[in-house]
Design a binder for this molecule. Structure first.
Ligand code: AMP
Length: 142
């Protein structure tokens, strides 16, 4: 497996070098809107510790990471009035991984509505900002 690349796009987001629509941050984890959402409210939960994906991660991160995945899943379900939530996580190119810093996809789901394609079209910045605001409000109301 290739080594962790400190110039991957999520490392740049973590360092504040490129913008993101953040909805959550603690000492170990951040969450922000996916710019090519597979549905409304598609959020990425990202540990701050560097690892390429789940395969090379220090297992001590999984507790804090999935604690936030659950918080965000509950918040997006409430914020978007979703019927369910899909959690996705990809490892290496064969699986569909495109950004090589561990992350978990949290996607609100609605009865009878299929997911849009993975890394499909870019969403408008104002839509992402509005989604982020709704999720932050749902997180704050817990
Ligand atoms: P994966 O294929 O699991 O590595 O997914 C990477 C995800 O990151 C895709 O869903 C992309 O839409 C998303 N993505 C790529 N660049 C950015 C970015 N700058 N900000 C937020 N999400 C991004």
């Amino acid at each position: 497996m290739a080594a962790y690349d400190t110039d991957n796009i999520f490392a740049k987001i973590l360092r504040g070098e490129i913008p993101s629509q953040r909805v959550y941050e603690d000492e170990a984890v951040i969450a922000f809107m996916d710019v090519m959402p597979q549905g409304p409210g598609h959020t990425l939960v990202v540990p701050k510790a560097p690892s390429r994906n789940l395969l090379d991660a220090d297992p001590s991160i999984f507790g804090p990471l999935f604690t936030v995945v659950q918080k965000v899943a509950l918040a997006v379900k409430k914020a978007f009035g979703a019927d369910g939530v899909t959690i996705l996580q990809f490892n290496e190119p064969a699986s569909g991984q495109t950004v090589y810093h561990l992350h978990v996809h949290v996607i609100p789901r609605f009865d009878g509505i299929p997911l849009k394609p993975h890394t499909g079209g870019m969403e408008k910045p104002e839509v992402l900002a509005e989604s982020a605001e709704k999720i932050r409000a749902a997180l704050a109301a817990r």
